[in-house]
Every structure is written in C-alpha cells, then in structure tokens.
Design a protein around this ligand. Structure first.
Ligand SMILES: [Zn+2]
Length: 129
C-alpha cells in the first residue's frame, strides 16, 4: 500500500508519512506524528506498533492489544496540540477519531499525553471526553 494515501489522513503517501515509523526505519519527530502513526496502526491492525509506541509503565499487554476487535475507522482530526515538538520532553494532542460501530458512526474524542523515553516519543495515557 506504499503508494496509497496514509490512513492518518495527512494527505501524504503512506511511505512518506507513517509507513517508515511502522517499519522501524525512523522515529516520529513530534508527539503529533507519533499520535498519527498510532491511529494508522489501529487502522492497519498493527498491535506490535501500538505496543512499542506506548510507555512501558502504562501499556497493556501485547496479547490484549492483539485482541482488540477491528472496527472500520473513518478518519482522524487533530484539534489541538501543546508542546510535543522537536525540543520538548512532553506533549499533549487532542483529537477526534471516527469509526463505524454496527452501522453507527462513533466519535472518540481524546486528549492524549506523550513523553519522550530514551529520546523517542511514547504515548502515556489519554483523557476521553
Ligand atoms: Zn500518516
């Protein structure tokens, strides 16, 4: 799917966006890039990526991530971000993700918290509103 648009909705190709992060060719430089790559990983069912992009102190087990039932993701909108840049150690990204559940569109609004661990961004936790 390398030539196809990235599932995160950036408008870039998968190879020019989240693909290299999933393939371990590079690391997301910002908290928002990590957040987008995690959304794409949900779309693609990449439980391993969700696991390794999650802070080891808060992450669920890999089998439990693999057991998440797939849903049809419809899109991602990043609403706000605070810090999470190239020179930051922590960051917050607020987003809305939409998916289909039994023919019904569900909007998941979350404010996610990120931090750097060994220089790499990881997801810590989120407040669902
Ligand atoms: Zn992407």
């Amino acid at each position: 799917m390398s030539e196809q648009l990235c599932p995160c909705g950036s408008g870039k190709s998968y190879d020019g966006c989240c693909g290299p992060y999933h393939a371990r060719r590079s690391d997301p430089p910002t908290a928002e890039a990590l957040m987008r790559s995690r959304y794409s990983a949900y779309v693609l069912g990449d439980a391993k990526y969700l696991y390794r992009s999650w802070d080891e102190q808060t992450r669920p087990s890999l089998p439990s991530l693999r057991a998440i039932p797939p849903v049809q993701w419809l899109g991602l909108t990043v609403e706000r971000r605070q810090a999470g840049g190239l020179d930051d150690e922590q960051g917050t990204v607020a987003f809305v993700a939409r998916y289909l559940d039994g023919g019904r569109v569900v909007e998941l609004a979350e404010t996610s918290h990120f931090r750097r661990r060994n220089g790499k961004w990881v997801y810590v936790d989120g407040d669902v509103s």
